[in-house]
Design a binder for this molecule. Structure first.
Ligand code: BGC
Length: 737
């Protein structure tokens, strides 16, 4: 290890604390991305929006703050609809879910990998391309707004919607979300970021009261929103179902007005989650700009708002502000002048290739004893593929984060397996995505002279019924007579399913027994995990290699085969800690029961910060992931700039014999009471040929060195501290002050 300090400034011995409230300069904060895409600059858009509002009648304004349930002006519809005002040239606006692809109910859409996988790529460019690619499909289908920007942090590793989010670190999540937002809005589609805020579990999802102190909020849970809001200027922020510190998020004036609109200068609109509005005047005055109706109790109906204006509880100025924000967003993103027409042609082949490429960048190689991977086709005569419908499908997440009419699959408009009489369709429950090129076929294509055999669950069984003893024995027997056994395990989860009871593989419940049986039959057993959450692996030490493939999307068959056979060198790193036991997680509490009103008692010690602070060894730590090559690190230099930023530079070398990409990560130990041992403050993803050396320079802004000072209600810059550079949050290769 080489440490160089040049020039040496602000050593950690004494803690130098400089108070800097607010955001006095852009380097202190999160400046807009270089690529932020706006059809119009902010001032022009404001002028036009203002002028349009002045021409609107009261009823036209009222129709603009309330999305109609079950209405739409595109075939089949999406999630919400705001009727335009043709006499003023204001088009209709159709919105749709878009986490992993379009949630159009009846227009075929590509299913991309889950966004936790995108986070695992740590590739900002990929996240931008992901947002762009989905937005292209939305526009062709007629949608001007995509609701896919989910970024609640993985405080609760068992949370049902973890697959839709971006992991446990606020910087990683925020930067990836900013890029995705840029990509979306570059296509003249308004991006929504969600769910704001404190919506980290599904249990009691419609009414839980998340209790989070201000410092924890600012430093952890609000930070991804702040980064994305400031860097990429999303058109919309969706407030969440839960209460935050005793007030519903969609009528929480601290959240919506003090923080979002005032502190962060957010100029877009706040929309409610579907059915998350609980009042008329309270919500409006707190900062809610648009209600999304689910057909039950509605609060921002024209009649209710008109009455609130008549009795003086809502001002006409505030109504104008709500409408102007929406118009401003439509103008600025280009939706106003260039509304999506729908009925377009989608390049599904191109989208499928992109879905595959995303998956290839997302997979994380967790274990690879004696370089069992990559497989060499020439040396394999018999390959056993076992479990998780790998002969036909991959798992996807359930709920609004899924596609509803996937293009793949034999069943148009469904894409599910047959499973006896059930087609497996449905918004909430269509987790199996039938592939055009299933994993078994993709493996066979890469090993054409090998005999590839499948054993496991039958499509005629219920998708989640346990493997029978006979199936397990058959799988073990197949493994015993094969040169390699590749076992697929899957962990379904989704919105409104509740959260997982445990991180143990649950559905089917005896997947662990399947892996153990196969591993005892064949020492060359490779496990591929399809999950949106961390998974416990009691068989970790009995198997040769493990790959985390997340929910792989429709290109998953080819992508997984390419990684197994080394056509693609894995480069993903975990965006979430994989613990050894459920009991090790910060939220396990009393026997793992969920809190209806979660108290974020661990404060800043969430995710890897928890394991580091409590000295708990995880199974696989945050930031971890292997490659088919290896990298060495050297020559750390930490330079302190006059504005307080740190320039951290070092060298990474590909020491192996194949090309690969490494994600060097910079962590900082901030010497301030209550701070965890380390926080992520920067990273790069660098692709290198064998023997290639790359000089990496990462700027750590003053803000990333700051803490939230509750007594001053502002950020406090903390100089000094230790800089760690590593291949994961625990594999620290270089260290300096
Ligand atoms: C989800 C949102 C989603 C909305 C519209 C809600 O149930 O929480 O994330 O955008 O439905 O489908």
């Amino acid at each position: 290890m080489q440490i160089k300090l040049w020039p040496v400034v602000a050593l950690a011995a004494t803690v130098c604390v400089v108070a800097r409230a607010g955001a006095p300069d852009s380097s202190f904060d999160f400046p807009p991305t270089a690529t932020v895409m706006n059809a119009f600059d902010s001032a022009t858009a404001h002028r036009r929006a203002h002028s349009l509002v002045s021409k609107m009648t009261l009823s036209e304004k009222l129709q603009f703050i309330h999305s109609e349930y079950a209405m739409s002006s595109v075939p089949g519809g999406g999630a919400g609809y705001i009727q335009g005002v043709p006499r003023l040239g204001i088009p209709d606006l159709n919105m749709v879910d878009s986490s992993t692809g379009s949630g159009s109910t009846s227009q075929p859409s590509t299913t991309f990998p889950s966004t936790i996988g995108v986070a695992a790529s740590w590739d900002r460019g990929l996240s931008s391309a992901f947002g762009k690619r989905i937005a292209i499909e939305l526009r062709e289908q007629g949608f001007g707004m995509g609701l896919g920007g989910g970024t609640n942090l993985a405080r609760e590793p068992r949370a049902g919607r973890l697959f839709e989010f971006l992991g446990e670190d606020p910087l990683l999540a925020g930067q990836m979300l900013a890029e995705r937002t840029d990509g979306t809005q570059s296509q003249k589609v308004i991006a929504t970021i969600k769910h704001f805020a404190g919506n980290e579990q599904e249990y009691n999802r419609m009414g839980g009261n998340s209790q989070i102190d201000e410092r924890t909020l600012r430093e952890i849970y609000l930070l991804p929103f702040e980064i994305a809001a400031k860097r990429a200027q999303p058109g919309s922020v969706m407030c969440s179902y839960n209460e935050l510190n005793g007030t519903y998020a969609c009528e929480n004036s601290h959240l919506l007005s003090d923080v979002l609109k005032n502190d962060w200068h957010f100029e877009g609109q706040v929309q409610s989650d579907w059915g998350a509005t609980h009042s008329t005047a309270n919500a409006i005055n707190a900062g809610l700009d648009e209600e999304e109706d689910v057909g039950s109790t509605v609060y921002l109906t024209p009649a209710a708002v008109q009455q609130a204006i008549a009795n003086g509880s809502v001002s006409t100025a505030r109504l104008d502000d709500m409408v102007e924000r929406k118009l401003y967003v439509m103008i600025r993103t280009g939706v106003m002048d260039n509304p999506p027409k729908g009925g377009g042609t989608i390049d599904f082949a191109g989208a499928n290739a992109f879905a595959q490429a995303v998956e290839e960048q997302s997979m994380v190689l967790l274990k690879n004893d004696s370089n069992q991977l990559p497989l060499s086709a020439a040396s394999l005569s018999r390959i056993a593929v076992i479990g998780a419908h790998a002969d036909a499908a991959v798992l996807t997440g359930g709920g609004s984060g899924n596609t509803r009419d996937p293009v793949t699959g034999a069943f148009a408009g469904c894409g599910g397996l047959t499973f006896g009489t059930s087609t497996g369709c449905g918004w909430w429950t269509n987790p199996w995505l039938k592939l055009n090129t299933p994993i078994v076929a993709a493996i066979q294509a890469l090993a054409p002279s090998a005999q590839v055999s499948f054993a496991g669950n039958s499509d005629q069984q219920s998708p989640f019924s346990a493997y029978t003893q006979q199936q397990i024995q058959q799988a073990a027997a197949l493994a015993a007579r094969s040169d390699v056994a590749i076992v697929f395990v899957a962990q379904p989860a989704g919105e409104d399913f509740g959260d997982l009871q445990s991180l143990e593989l649950a559905n089917p419940s005896n997947q662990d027994a399947l892996v153990e049986a196969v591993a005892s039959a064949n020492p060359r057993t490779i496990v591929v995990v399809e999950s949106g959450n961390p998974v416990l692996m009691p068989w970790k030490d009995s198997v040769a290699a493990i790959v985390e493939a997340w929910y792989p999307g429709e290109g998953g068959g080819n992508a997984i085969a390419n990684v197994l056979f080394g056509k693609v060198n894995p480069s993903g790193k975990l965006p979430v800690t994989f613990p050894v036991h459920d009991q090790d997680t910060p939220t396990w509490g009393q026997n793992g029961t969920y809190e209806a009103n979660p108290v974020y008692a661990e404060k800043l010690d969430m995710g890897y910060r928890w394991y580091d602070a409590k000295n708990i060894a995880p199974m696989f730590e945050f930031g971890y992931g292997l490659s088919y090559t290896h990298f060495s690190y050297s020559g750390l230099s930490v330079a302190h700039r006059p504005d307080g930023a740190l320039d951290v530079s070092f060298t990474v070398r590909n020491d192996g014999r194949v090309a690969g990409a490494e994600v060097p990560q910079v962590y900082l130990g901030v010497p301030y009471s209550g701070e965890p041992p380390r926080r992520l403050v920067g990273w790069e993803k660098v692709a290198m040929n064998p023997g290639e050396t790359r000089h990496v320079r990462i700027t750590v802004t003053p803000r990333m060195q700051s803490v939230w000072d509750t007594s001053r209600n502002g950020w406090r810059y903390v100089a000094g501290g230790t800089v760690y550079v590593g291949a994961s949050s625990r594999d620290i290769r270089l260290q300096g002050s």
